[in-house]
Design a binder for this molecule. Structure first.
Ligand SMILES: Cc1ncc(COP(=O)(O)O)c(C=O)c1O
Length: 369
């Protein structure tokens, strides 16, 4: 048994391989600034996502700030987004000098929908920023149609969605822009890191320059920052990428086991994977339908057994002080319901031998609260 079963956990490359590559980097004395390892990782990810229109950067937040800066309509201020996400989604909108406008997620799933977004669109709308929450895709076809109809770009926060495919196409290559987090706890990691996709080549070049102080072919001609991914971070990714597919298969075993285990437990509503979606199985969200069950009590009981489940996202962004003055259009009934009742259970490739133990402990914690 691992000391602690955390909700998710870094997936690491083989240490001896990392040591060998780190030594090569050391000996080269080339530690960052678009080096060989960075370029190899970029190349391999391009093959995986079937696109050349991606750039790497130092985390998902800077990727999102840059994506909004580059792909949202200039001169307009409002970016329509979800309150049911991690703070970084809408914090990035503020850092990109735009204003978040919050709308509800749909009745099914965890994403904002064209139906909740459309009433919020006005002449000041600069972009729509949906989140593929838990890696589960938003309605990409309907958002694409909405974007075509209105001329408003869709920028996806695909922080959770590394490796997810819809009908064989990478989810990362949807929208005008899309960003992935490759933070340590994500399905694939570079310790800290991010990936940005742009459908428009010019925007991709602009973003890449932006992550390098705005330097374009030796000339500093735009506002930028330092958002580069170092060689050591890229090395963790390059070596970890070789194991990604196998790890998805292992995590899917934990997912399927939980699905079967909770099938007859009426208070636990499991999450249905939509048809055509190949998930990365990085999160296992369940809805605890019985309102008499106190989820804080459940997580405390599990923590006492060294099992960490999380109420992602128990605090809607609209409750955070820096978003208090942001606009909300419509009710947030569905987001509020999810924030009160969703629990993410531990899932990781190394938990295959413990899946039965974890599921039994979850059930015990639910019964005795
Ligand atoms: C939905 C969402 N967006 C953005 C981010 C930010 O990514 P990073 O931690 O790589 O900056 C996260 C991080 O967990 C996230 O969950």
């Amino acid at each position: 048994m691992p000391v602690k079963i955390t909700v998710n956990k870094p997936s690491l490359p083989v240490y001896s391989e990392f040591e060998e590559l780190a030594k090569e980097i050391w000996d080269s004395s080339y530690l960052t600034n678009f080096g060989t390892v960075h370029n190899k990782l970029l190349h391999n990810l391009g093959i995986m996502f079937r696109t050349e229109n991606i750039a790497l950067c130092n985390n998902g937040t800077t990727a999102l700030i840059g994506a909004v800066k580059v792909a949202a309509l200039p001169k307009k201020k409002k970016v329509i987004t979800t309150p049911f996400t991690f703070a970084a989604t809408a914090q990035s909108i503020l850092w990109a000098d735009k204003q978040p406008v919050f709308v509800d997620i749909g009745k099914d799933g965890f994403c904002i929908t064209p139906e909740t977004v459309e009433p919020a669109i006005d002449s000041e709308t600069s972009a729509i920023l949906p989140v593929h929450c838990y890696g589960l895709p938003c309605d990409i076809a309907a958002f694409s149609e909405l974007s075509r109809k209105t001329g408003i770009p869709v920028i996806y926060d695909a922080a959770h969605a590394f490796g997810v495919e819809v009908n064989g196409k990478s989810l990362v290559t949807e929208g005008s822009a899309s960003i992935v987090s490759t933070h340590a706890t994500k399905a694939f990691n570079t310790v800290e890191g991010g990936i940005a996709y742009f459908s428009n080549d010019k925007q991709l070049r602009q973003f890449t320059a932006m992550t390098n102080f705005g330097i374009n072919g030796g000339v500093t001609d735009q506002l930028g920052f330092n958002g580069k991914l170092s060689e050591l971070h890229a090395a963790v990714g390059l070596l970890g990428l070789k194991h990604f597919s196998q790890r998805v298969i292992e995590r899917s075993k934990v997912w399927s086991y939980y699905d079967e285990f909770f099938f007859d437990i009426h208070t636990v509503e499991t999450t249905v994977i939509p048809h055509g979606v190949a998930l990365n199985y990085a999160y296992y969200p369940v809805k605890i339908v019985d309102r008499n069950i106190d989820l804080d009590e459940v997580t405390r009981k599990l923590a006492a057994k060294d099992i960490i489940a999380r109420k992602y996202f128990s605090e809607l962004l609209t409750e955070m002080p820096f978003f208090k003055d942001s606009l909300t259009i419509g009710t947030l009934d569905n987001a509020t319901a999810s924030s009160n009742r969703i629990l993410c259970l531990p899932i990781h490739e190394s938990y295959v031998p413990y899946k039965e133990f974890i599921a039994n402990e979850v059930l015990a914690a639910l019964k005795y609260t």
